[in-house]
Design a protein around this ligand. Structure first.
Ligand code: NAP
Length: 510
């Protein structure tokens, strides 16, 4: 039997009492490790994190916690080769796709370590300037931010076991808030290994970082006032968590990062260099991590006049993407995470095909499999009437699939993009700076991020789907209504904002 991974709670490694669920290599079907969270003492573990972990973290300053994150970073860098091996084995990803997760996590952690050092030797934050509440400024209001005395529970999605941990844990730990992470079961191994390396290194105060692998009974029932929950996953699970009675009763602050039908749009009258950039990025986004990215482009909007040329340009690129066993050096796109995701993609594709035609057929693609793997080649779909095809605007197929949609004019494109009902990201490609800026503002209310690409940024842009710690991540409406990252904005979620009303003589002591 493969090794049973222990959970880390109450400052101790503890096994569940059942035999556990195996985690599988999606290429070979091999059982890699097992996880189990049956009958853990969650109440004790949560209390320990709040009391022991929380008070130790809050005793430190932002500067000290920033330095602590820098030490965490060193440990992760030292063990990075093992993380790639685990990622290939458990997620079936090629090296470049593992890097999106692993290096993305390391980069994000480094960003928050530096931000912490910039915040200095203090234990709370000022929010803006003091403003006068009386005519002569003798009585003022100053807002401050203090770390919550609760814990942060993270419930994460399967597609980012490394980045998903650190993009949440870095701002939480920097804020002085202890973390309990529950990674998605299917890929929990990488998260577990990273947590284990950090615990073994003894860098964090005991109770500051805990991990539960599996789905224990009564997890959300443990939450108390001042705790926060950050969830990443499907809209359906997000809705279950948001409406959980304990969360409602205790007014638990919840951040939801859910699925999203993201768009890329080529503006009218774009020249060939903007069009080429657009084609390249769409094909890349469809294939990175086998399309298993919440930010991936699902809807591709082009002027009617560009439809055929963009269709053949994307198809030509997809054809060059060899798909199969990530251990094969020729392979550019590996597996999807498991059979259940493969079935869900196949079913979603069949649904989209009821309204869309196939432009480039992944099913005819040769797979470089060495075995019975969870691989699926990319498929480009197309519709001629984007208004009538409702399914393409509301179905997220979490795999290498996207749909090409023609638009008549800019206002038509805006109407169609809005039918995604709230997205994580839309990218705009073109040459007219003024038109791009105006369109970005018009689309602002239904997007968490707008990625604007002109030929002058071709060599330096960060990519449609890459989430940068400096920029906000999250989107309105169906995308979950959440906000993460965005530099220091990320710390807001873990702090209580309080208005102090007093004389300037009192406030100057802050
Ligand atoms: P999921 O099935 O919703 O699961 C997400 C997490 O929720 C997992 O850890 C899962 O645990 C847990 N969970 C499920 N039901 C629960 C319940 N009743 N109580 C407590 N926890 C529960 O999503 P997924 O399949 O892992 O991820 C794919 C989805 O995530 C896609 O739709 C994608 O768009 C979205 N996503 C969004 C973002 C973003 O930042 N917006 C990023 C990545 C992915 P188990 O694994 O143990 O079932």
């Amino acid at each position: 039997m493969p090794e049973l991974l222990k959970n880390y709670l109450t400052g101790q490694w503890v096994e569940g009492t059942a035999s556990g669920t195996p985690l599988i290599d999606p290429i070979t079907g091999e059982q890699l490790v097992r996880i189990d969270a049956t009958e853990l003492d969650l109440e004790e573990g949560f209390n320990f994190a709040r009391q022991t972990g929380g008070s130790s973290l809050r005793a430190m300053t932002y500067l000290e916690r920033g330095k602590m994150l820098s030490d965490v970073l060193k440990v992760l860098k030292a063990n990075r080769a093992d993380y790639y091996d685990i990622s290939t084995a458990n997620s079936g990803t090629v090296k470049n796709d593992s890097a999106v997760d692993i290096e993305g996590g390391i980069f994000t952690l480094g960003h928050f370590a530096r931000l912490g050092e910039s915040l200095g030797d203090r234990k709370f934050l000022l929010d803006g300037e003091a403003v006068s509440l009386a005519k002569d400024a003798a009585f003022q209001s100053q807002h401050i931010m203090t770390p919550t005395h609760g814990l942060a529970l993270f419930i994460n999605a399967f597609n980012f076991p490394a980045w998903g941990l650190w993009e949440k844990a870095a701002p939480a730990l920097l804020s002085g808030v202890p973390v309990i992470i529950k990674p998605a079961s299917s890929t929990a191994w990488l998260t577990h290994r990273m947590v284990k390396d950090i615990v073994d290194a003894g860098i964090l105060p005991i109770g500051a970082l805990s991990i539960i692998c599996g789905r224990p009974e009564g997890l959300l029932e443990q939450l108390k006032p001042f705790d926060v929950v950050s969830f990443t996953g499907s809209a359906e699970t997000g809705a279950t968590i948001r409406s959980h009675p304990t969360i409602a009763k205790n007014s638990i602050r919840v951040n939801i990062e859910a699925d999203s039908i993201n768009s890329a749009m080529l503006l009218p009258e774009s020249d060939s260099s903007a069009t080429d950039l657009f084609i390249k990025e769409v094909a890349r986004e469809m294939t990175v991590k086998s399309g298993q990215k919440c930010t991936a482009i699902r809807r591709i909007f082009v002027p009617e006049s560009h439809y055929e040329s963009v269709a053949s340009g994307i198809s030509a690129r997809l054809k060059r993407t060899l798909v199969g066993n990530p251990k094969n050096e020729e392979v550019r796109m590996g597996a999807v995470v498991n059979q259940s995701q493969l079935s869900s993609i196949t079913e979603g594709l069949a649904l989209l095909k009821t309204q869309a035609r196939v432009i480039y057929d992944g099913a005819e693609h040769e797979l470089l499999n060495d075995s019975d793997a969870c691989c699926i080649a990319p498929t480009l779909l197309g519709v001629s009437d984007g208004d009538a095809a409702n399914i393409i605007h509301d179905t997220e197929v979490f795999g290498p699939v996207a749909t090409l949609i023609p638009y008549r004019d800019t206002s038509h494109a805006i109407t169609l993009i809005r039918r995604g009902e709230g997205s994580l990201v839309t990218s705009l490609y073109g040459n007219n700076n003024a038109e791009l800026a105006q369109l970005a503002v018009e689309l602002g209310d239904c997007n968490g991020r707008i990625h604007i690409i002109t030929p002058d940024v071709a060599a330096i842009h960060t990519g449609h789907g890459n989430v940068m710690p400096q920029s906000l991540h999250g989107g309105p409406g169906r995308a979950g209504g959440g906000e993460e990252l965005g530099g220091l904005r990320a710390l807001n979620f873990y702090h209580q904002r309080t208005a102090l009303q007093a004389s300037p003589d009192v406030l100057k002591n802050l």
